[in-house]
Design a protein around this ligand. Structure first.
Ligand SMILES: Nc1ncnc2c1ncn2[C@@H]1O[C@H](COP(=O)(O)OP(=O)(O)OP(=O)(O)O)[C@@H](O)[C@H]1O
Length: 579
């Protein structure tokens, strides 16, 4: 219930709409309750007394009240739709911002499919609940209570019939709700799983096709889809029994009222119109109870959704941003940094072990190491995607945890090996978020050699890049990502294996241009290829999460056996000598 209350707080700004929606529904209920009374009058004082004047006047009044009730019902519905849509809008917006604010570490805890299901399906469920609440809870509750009062005013004997039938109806509805509530939670989970799976398949469509796994994946999808469908169907089949059961009780009640009413009419204890009114009110009462039962289904479903929404909304940022702003970086350092990924806390070894490193502003550093040695992890710690498990990452001597995250990422850019593209034009893909002049733009695209292929695209820089950069080659995507980072002109540029898909000639050109055009920036090149990093002022050689050696290309070649052997492997011709 706590989760429910928290979600309903987003409804607060629309209280006026809620209040007016309730007021109009009160008028609608009043109209519904008055109508059997007019009917009673028409039958008893009009038809039975052969007084057409009464029939006409009461008929007109009945019609008028029905029209007013209908209009009020309509306005109430419109108002509840307005507030529920606005409520849904604000909930989705807040959730989206929250998801955006989660760190990489927290992202790992939820699949993309699960987050999307929460943002779409779960918000829809609670939004719908807020909209139907008045129609399915407030209105039937009032009809129920007023109906009972009206029946009792006609003749308390009918109260006895309700006294027997209502608890039976209540117990049946409760039984159905109790059985169905856990199934709704299961359905939500299965939907989550199916969404995640579908997203995974759609985004890896090419890979699946290239390995001719379409049928296999379609089979897996079918299994999950069938599982979801059968769960939904089973519960619907089960719930379908509820309606006829309630109708059975309802008709029994009507029969009982007719039966007792018949005797009373014969004994001249009551008039026919009153019996008809009692039948009407009994139907109203029973139907209201049924509708109230329906709202409990909504409550059960919304409770599950509210829990799933608050689970994300209440996630405090695992890495709360610091406050200190930075606009210059004169020194960055890692001091005795060890790290293991949060989801691998029980792993035997750290991914990084006791790394210490100091880089001055404007320096060029190369990080060389075998695959899985922890090079990219260093890059991730530099932009604070994760916090070091032990030790400290500092900029200008300030702990990265104390620095404003946005300001940090404005000053430190990492280009990863597989950079994602936006579904936008080539120009937008490069300029995203940057403040730049035409000269900056030209320098960035020339340095990254984007200009070499941009003109060949249909539309040039205005050519639209398809989703995830599917219309570009791997090397082209890497060049766009490099240009994007260069244009933002941060103080520290980290190139994490992002020239791996370029041919050697283009790579050499890109490296040389970056070294020339961005020499005032701190540059960190990460690679497994010596050719990429050997122009750096200093090179760190990593193996198995540790720094094995540190020095210039010349120093490492002369003093480090491992470095020399990597060099010789990558330069089989003339590898014994340093070029
Ligand atoms: N998000 C993650 N969660 C858990 N473990 C991870 C994660 N990312 C990387 N690892 C593990 O951390 C270790 C170091 O990975 P990292 O990507 O830093 O290596 P790398 O030196 O950059 O490798 P490569 O040159 O192949 O890119 C690897 O054993 C990898 O399996």
């Amino acid at each position: 219930m706590k989760n429910f209350k928290q979600i309903l707080r987003y409804l607060k700004p629309y209280t006026v709409f809620v209040v007016f929606s309730v007021i109009f529904v009160i008028f609608e209920v009043a109209s519904n309750v008055l109508q059997p009374k007019y009917m009673e009058q028409i039958v008893d004082d009009g038809v039975l007394q052969m007084d057409l004047d009464v029939v006409f006047k009461a008929g007109v009044m009945m019609l008028l009240v029905a029209v007013i009730g209908g209009v009020c019902g309509y306005i109430s519905c419109v108002l509840s739709n307005i507030y529920s849509q606005r409520f849904g809008n604000s909930l989705r917006k807040t959730l989206f911002r929250k998801i955006m604010s989660l760190s990489a570490q927290q992202d790992d805890a939820y699949t993309a499919g699960s987050l999307i299901t929460r943002m779409t399906n779960d918000t829809r469920v609670v939004t719908e609940f807020s909209s139907v609440f008045i129609q399915m809870a407030v209105k039937p509750l009032m009809l129920f209570l007023l109906g009972i009062i009206m029946v009792l005013t006609i003749d308390p004997i009918y109260g006895i019939i309700l006294l027997v039938s209502l608890p039976v109806q209540f117990l049946i509805i409760r039984f159905f709700i109790k059985r169905s509530a856990p199934v709704f939670a299961t359905i939500q989970k299965k939907l989550d799983r199916l969404n995640s799976f579908a997203m995974h398949i759609v985004s890896n469509n090419r890979l699946i096709k290239s390995y001719v796994r379409e049928n296999y994946e379609a089979g897996r999808f079918d299994n999950q889809n069938r599982d979801l469908t059968s769960t939904v169907m089973n519960i619907q089949v089960f719930m379908a029994i509820l309606n006829p059961l309630v109708m059975l009780i309802l008709n029994t009640v009507v029969l009982a009222v007719i039966f007792i009413g018949g005797f009373q009419v014969e004994a001249r204890m009551i008039r026919v119109g009153s019996v008809m009114a009692a039948i009407n009110y009994s139907q109203q009462i029973m139907m209201s109870m049924m509708t109230l039962g329906g709202i409990f289904q909504y409550v059960a479903r919304s409770k599950v959704s509210a829990e799933r929404l608050t689970a994300v909304l209440n996630r405090e940022p695992a890495l709360p941003s610091g406050k200190q702003m930075i606009d210059r970086i004169d020194k960055l350092s890692l001091s005795h940094v060890s790290f293991r990924y949060p989801q691998n806390q029980d792993a035997q070894r750290n991914v990084l072990e006791d790394i210490s490193l100091e880089v001055r502003g404007g320096e060029c550093i190369g990080i060389l190491g075998t695959t899985g040695s922890g090079k990219s992890t260093i890059a991730r710690l530099l932009i604070r995607e994760y916090d070091a498990t032990d030790g400290q990452v500092t900029y200008n001597g300030v702990d990265v945890k104390d620095i404003d995250t946005k300001s940090l990422r404005d000053q430190v850019s990492v280009v990863f090996q597989n950079s994602d593209m936006f579904s936008a034009s080539l120009r937008e893909n490069i300029t995203k978020g940057a403040v730049f002049s035409q000269e900056d733009f030209d320098t960035a695209v020339r340095s990254a050699c984007v200009d070499e292929f941009a003109d060949d695209l249909r539309g040039g820089y205005d050519a639209v890049i398809s989703e995830r950069g599917a219309s570009l080659s791997g090397g082209q995507k890497q060049r766009v990502a490099i240009a994007r980072a260069l244009l933002r002109a941060p103080q520290v540029l980290v190139f994490d294996d992002c020239t791996s898909s370029l041919d050697l000639e283009t790579e050499a050109k890109v490296l040389e241009r970056i070294q020339t055009n961005y020499r005032d920036k701190t540059r960190i090149f990460i690679s497994q290829r010596i050719s990429t990093i050997m122009g750096a002022d200093r090179i760190i050689l990593m193996d198995d999460g540790r720094v094995v050696a540190f020095g210039s290309h010349r120093e490492l070649f002369d003093s480090c056996e491992l470095y020399r052997s990597i060099y010789q492997t990558q330069n089989p011709e003339g590898g014994d000598e340093l070029e």
